[in-house]
Write a new protein. Structure first.
Length: 119
């Protein structure tokens, strides 16, 4: 397996992990690396070239996916605004968490196998 076949979900805007995935790098002076020794990563930062992008953006949670292996076939919509206007906030009896569910449905992209012709 390669990273192109590995979908993932990451939270927390501004964290080192979020910056790494969304921007492709974490600088050596990032707050999350301070007071830790990760060898050359601590001294020079960390970067990648995975080509990831977000499929859904909410207040705190993001669903990241690799476009080479997945395509979005559906997204759970937001909580109805008129309903939100009638409640005090989260959590409450109908939403027992302070987090609202996010959901994405994906289709796998299959690449046809190529084989050399045998004559």
């Amino acid at each position: 397996p390669t990273t192109a076949n590995c979908p993932l979900s990451l939270p927390v805007t501004g964290s080192g992990v979020y910056d790494y995935v969304s921007k492709g790098s974490v600088s050596a002076d990032h707050e999350d690396l301070q007071d830790h020794d990760y060898g050359s990563f601590t001294a020079s930062g960390l970067s990648h070239n995975l080509g990831l992008r977000t499929g859904f953006e909410g207040v705190i949670d993001y669903i990241w996916y690799t476009t080479s292996s997945l395509s979005i076939s559906g997204l759970l919509g937001p909580v109805d605004k008129s309903y939100l206007g009638r409640i005090v906030g989260f959590p409450h009896a109908h939403y027992p968490s302070d987090h609202v569910c996010i959901l994405a449905e994906f289709k796998l992209r299959f690449k046809p196998e190529t084989r050399e012709a045998k004559f």
